[in-house]
Ligand binder design. Structure first.
Ligand SMILES: C[S@@+](CC[C@H](N)C(=O)[O-])C[C@H]1O[C@@H](n2cnc3c(N)ncnc32)[C@H](O)[C@@H]1O
Length: 272
């Protein structure tokens, strides 16, 4: 798989990401709630790898410290162009870059891979791990969301829903990533988005405070995380029952049409 074929796949896929933004997507909602909760208040430099059309980067900038900066990179130039038009924020730089090939300046307090690690070919993982090792600050953390092996097995069986590169990633693979970046997996949780245990939410930290690495691979969830509170679940349930979601869809549809031009396939509700 060449870099350009991956980039052109995601240039095409960009419409799907815009559609997710307009109509909402439970996977993205869960990813955002987790990732925002996982950003330590002290984080000043945040790198998002595979930032898509920029929604997460802008939300992250709104919630992270006011003197933080965010670099949002994506291999697809279409995604990056759309992110700049649709989700501009003074503290976010959207940059077209391939994490495996392009030089990015370290260090980063937090590096997020939101549904991206599984799209890196297995044979390129050693390269990716070396890059992440170089980019991560001494006390930095990696935050990942990705499909569980169970979901990947189901998609492979169905023969649909998989992207150009869509690998299976196991808990063991994530522990290897932690080791390769000189960190420990301090959080691992199977999350149910569309079906039971279909996603994994993970935090890998370098030098975590007061944390016993000996426990890291045996307990799950390894640490309680605040994004998973009953208040958040109640708020989401209320939101989905109110008219707010419909209002939000209408407002986003207008925003996309104004900034990117009306695209019928984006305005239609998702068919899958
Ligand atoms: C499944 S999409 C996820 C997009 C967004 N983070 C989300 O959760 O909706 C994977 C993203 O990773 C990007 N990507 C894939 N390989 C990449 C690479 N080698 N370097 C940078 N970005 C990459 C794709 O262009 C795409 O936007």
């Amino acid at each position: 798989m060449t870099e350009s074929s991956v980039a052109s796949f995601y240039d095409e896929f960009s419409t799907r990401l815009i559609r997710d933004y307009v109509h909402g997507n439970r996977r993205v909602d869960a990813q955002l709630a987790f990732s925002i909760g996982a950003i330590p208040p002290a984080a000043r430099r945040i790198l998002i790898v595979g930032s898509g059309c920029g929604y997460e980067a802008r939300r992250m900038a709104q919630r992270a410290s006011a003197d933080s900066t965010i670099l949002a990179i994506d291999i697809s130039s279409t995604n990056i162009a759309r992110a700049r038009q649709l989700q501009p924020h003074p503290r976010v730089e959207h940059r077209q870059a391939d994490i495996l090939a392009d030089t990015i300046e370290p260090p980063w307090d937090v590096i997020l891979l939101p549904d991206v690690y599984e799209h890196i070919p297995t044979e390129d993982r050693p390269t990716l791990h070396k890059v992440l090792h170089r980019l991560l600050a001494d006390r930095g953390s990696l935050v990942l969301t990705l499909p569980s092996p169970r979901l990947q097995a189901y998609l492979k069986e169905q023969g649909q829903g998989l992207q150009v590169v869509d690998e299976t990633v196991t808990h063991t693979d994530l522990a290897a990533l932690a080791g390769d970046v000189g960190g420990v997996m301090t959080y691992f949780k199977l999350v149910s988005v569309w079906s039971v245990n279909d996603y994994m939410h993970v935090i890998i930290e370098r030098e975590p405070d007061g944390f016993d690495p000996a426990c890291a691979q045996t307990e799950a969830p390894i640490r309680h995380w605040r994004s998973d509170t009953w208040e958040r679940r109640l708020w989401n349930a209320l939101l989905s029952r109110s008219g707010i979601r419909r209002l939000q869809r209408w407002q986003r549809r207008r925003q996309v049409a104004r900034r990117l031009g009306p695209a019928p396939e984006v305005m239609d509700p998702p068919g899958d």
